[in-house]
Design a protein around this ligand. Structure first.
Ligand code: C5P
Length: 305
């Protein structure tokens, strides 16, 4: 595999797929599956916010949100997004906990923190020519507005609340039978990380015993907060394709997203392990690992001219 870089930047730009949407719409599942199918990198920005919140409280010993300035400074000085760092935070079970999500949602509206994290995210996105799937709430609007493929994944509040309720029952009361009559048949995305945006601990404790109605009420309230916050509010980019996953299975959701990504020019990333067997000194070498087919074709055509 050959990576050509100038000043640490890849010479070819990666193909970027931005997946945004509200909590429990299935973004995490879709982004992971798209990345796997296409051989792309995956940036889960929710995990970044969680990791920063956890570091702020446990390592930097700073208060959220009172010590926002210092938190932003720590991010600038100490946080670098690399493949290794991402692998580590994706594996970190503690980051999945609700109390971390709550801290993350308290740091997330802070402008200087968002700006410091935005710089890091953009640097990571363009550090390699390998395609990438971004997963979050402001990926297609703020972090990568130039992304050629944007998907806004949503589902009705009722369906999302049912998914969340089922997840909560599974997490909190593993052996409990989930009452089928309360949860209409619905494909549940596995491993979707609950977004307890701005839920406080008290509400959370109540939710352990939650009824579906309470979960729905919280979901609607979180939607309202996400949509109305000043910094990077949740909204569909004008050029994003909206997918409503309410009545979709995971396979249907993936298939629609893949069709759309392909129609926007996404091609699977293939790692070539063998060099061409014969290459003379005056042969132009095109490494198609980092090119879409049209780009490789256009390079060949330019050279032929
Ligand atoms: O997606 P996840 O639940 O892991 O996100 C944790 C928190 O980080 C969310 O509650 C949300 O407020 C915040 N977040 C954000 N912008 C992103 C991703 C997450 O504000 N791009």
């Amino acid at each position: 595999m050959r990576r050509e870089k100038t000043n640490g930047k890849a010479t070819e730009k990666p193909f970027v797929i931005a997946v945004d949407g509200p909590a429990a719409a299935g973004k995490g599942t879709l982004a992971r599956m798209l990345a796997k199918k296409l051989g792309y990198r995956h940036l889960d920005s929710g995990k970044l916010y969680r990791s920063v919140a956890q570091n702020a409280e446990q390592v930097w010993k700073l208060k959220i949100p009172q010590q926002t300035q210092q938190i932003a400074k720590e991010i600038e000085e100490n946080l670098r997004i690399t493949d290794e760092y991402l692998e580590q935070i994706y594996r970190d079970e503690e980051l999945r906990e609700e109390k971390v999500a709550i801290s993350a949602s308290r740091i997330a509206p802070q402008k200087i923190v968002r700006e410091a994290l935005a710089k890091q995210q953009v640097a990571y996105i363009y550090s390699s020519a390998q395609g990438i799937v971004l997963d979050g709430r402001d990926m297609g609007t703020v972090i990568c507005p130039e992304a050629p493929c944007k998907i806004f994944l949503t589902a009705s509040p009722e369906v999302r609340a049912k998914r969340r309720y089922k997840e909560m029952l599974e997490q909190e009361i593993p052996d409990q039978e989930i009452p089928d009559q309360e949860i209409p048949d619905q494909e549940i995305p596995d491993q979707e990380i609950p977004d307890q945006d701005a839920l406080n601990q008290e509400t959370l404790d109540q939710n352990k015993l939650a009824s579906y109605d309470a979960t729905l009420r919280d979901m609607r309230a979180r939607d309202a907060r996400d949509l109305s916050r000043t910094q990077a509010p949740l909204r569909k980019a004008d050029d994003a394709m909206k997918i409503d996953s309410s009545n979709y299975t995971i396979d249907q959701m993936l298939s629609e997203a893949l069709d759309y990504a392909n129609s926007r020019g996404a091609t699977a990333h293939v790692q070539h392990t063998q060099e061409p067997s014969i290459m003379t000194d005056d042969t132009l070498k095109i490494d198609s690992s980092y090119h879409t087919v049209p780009l490789a074709f256009s390079k060949a055509l330019d050279y032929a001219k």
